[in-house]
Design a protein around this ligand. Structure first.
Ligand code: MN
Length: 219
């Protein structure tokens, strides 16, 4: 059984970019439902999973769309929470150097990231990703699509551009949401650790491991 990870900060920590009300709906309802449905679908199929990453990769390969969509959304949201922080720090060191190289400066990245999110038609996500050679790119993905099943680049930060992520706080103004989000919300320390992992130094973020089968039986 996969669990719903707790938010790594208070529900109001990212206000006003993401209000306490949005955070409760988003984490406690949307994210919780993706985790619950993933567990139900796995149980119904009699499957045991070692980790969420393999559930996503296997369901993508087998074209099990419902399982894929729910497992990938469970993953994407947990990554989204981890990739945000109320600390308002700026990128430093090697990550800053890579941002400057790819985008000119942080403002250049903000423009690319905001444009990527605004241009994503419909629901999806906008990501800053790193290739193994340390090159950075902004990519957007549709619906539940993610970088576990797509494999290649390592995600550093992500912003949810589904309407449920911003409608209560910014109504239809996705651009204003993205601009405010970029200035206040990214967890650049987390991004730096993901950047190092992309280049083979340390481990990239993974979804919390499921509760072991033996523990489930005992419970
Ligand atoms: Mn969402």
């Amino acid at each position: 059984m996969f669990s719903l990870p707790e938010l790594p900060y208070a529900y109001d920590a990212l206000a006003p970019v993401i209000s306490e009300r949005t955070m409760h709906f988003h984490h406690d309802k949307h994210h919780a439902a993706y985790v619950k449905t993933t567990n139900e679908l796995l149980q119904k199929a009699g499957k045991t999973a070692a980790d969420l990453e393999s559930v996503i990769a296997d369901s993508a390969k087998a074209s099990e769309r419902k399982l894929f969509n729910n497992a990938a959304q469970a993953w994407n949201h947990a990554f989204f929470w981890a990739a945000m922080s109320p600390a308002r720090a700026a990128p430093e060191g090697e990550l800053k150097g890579a941002i400057d190289k790819a985008f000119g400066d942080l403002a250049g990245l903000k423009t690319a990231f905001t444009t990527g999110g605004v241009d994503q038609f419909g629901s999806g996500w906008v990501w800053l990703v790193a290739d193994a050679d340390g090159a950075l790119r902004v990519l957007s993905t549709h619906d539940a699509d993610d970088f576990v099943s797509l494999t290649k680049p390592t995600p550093l930060i992500v912003c949810d551009v589904w309407e449920h992520a911003y409608y209560l706080d910014h109504q239809n103004d996705r651009k204003a949401y993205l601009e405010a989000w970029f200035d206040a919300a990214p967890n650049w320390a987390f991004a730096a650790s993901q950047f190092a992992a992309a280049k083979g130094q340390g481990e990239a973020w993974r979804y919390p491991a499921p509760v072991a089968q033996s523990q489930e039986r005992a419970a």
